[in-house]
Design a protein around this ligand. Sequence first.
Ligand SMILES: Cc1cc2nc3c(=O)[nH]c(=O)nc-3n(C[C@H](O)[C@H](O)[C@H](O)COP(=O)(O)O)c2cc1C
Length: 278
Amino acid sequence: MLNFKVNEDRCIQCGKCITDCPPMCITMQDGDFPVIQDESKCLRCQHCLAICPTAAISIMGVNPDNSTELQYELPTAHSMETLIKGRRSTRKYKKKALDEKTIAKLLETSFHAPTGVNAQGVFFTATTTAEATEDLRKEIYTKVSKLLSNSDFDENDMRFQYLQMAHKTYINHDIDIILRGAPHILIASASKNIPLPKEDCLIALTTFDLLAQSMGVGTLWDGMLKWCVDDFFPELAGRLGVPEDHEIGYTMVFGHPAVQYQRTVQRTPPKINLVRKF
Ligand SMILES: Cc1cc2nc3c(=O)[nH]c(=O)nc-3n(C[C@H](O)[C@H](O)[C@H](O)COP(=O)(O)O)c2cc1C
């Protein structure tokens, strides 16, 4: 049941909820108030609630008065541009963990990222204590050591070359290249049964990345961690609580940065194809 409700004292019958509904499942009954006739078509995207100029619509029990008003709350284009250009991969972290409230805020907000067919199926697995991450780190290096001592691996496989280098650096210099000494790891996964599990995970992590950096939290997209928990030691993902039927979209590490960047970098010219006539 969608529980689609229109507050008739507030509704001005402007029809915006009708014209903005992606599956076009809202209709105006005989010049009366909006209704949803075929609930099975609804995407549960809440566009009807979001677009209503008088906060007259409630759906799925959501009270529009509890939503954030957008008019004065959006960051400026300049601050977004600075964030996008100024976010950097952090490869040095303070040992201290973030407080759980910050982690919850980051994950709960990132869950708002768009998902294909509004599936909302992205599942975040994050370590919340430095101790848990340290135990995982030790186990990863123990497993990498065993993997590398197995003569079966293909020396030309880039993943082995990187893991070999990381293992050497960890053993000889106590420097962690796989998790970059971060106090937290993050895995985004989703059921293989939703329409776009991989894309949804990547978009959610991109959202997490930008929000984290806007809050002074360092992040790193971590391909080496992905190889470990997805390609070589999937049992680790299982032990961390990633459901078995899930596809891992990608992995990151995050925490208080131990480095501070002072300015944006300057990229190579963008590769853009502008089509003016077709
Ligand atoms: C999908 C992906 C995987 C990455 N994997 C790693 C990794 O395993 N280790 C690492 O140090 N950096 C990793 N990076 C970080 C990139 O090297 C980094 O984004 C790039 O050098 C540009 O630097 P910037 O992020 O500071 O702009 C990864 C980035 C992406 C997007």
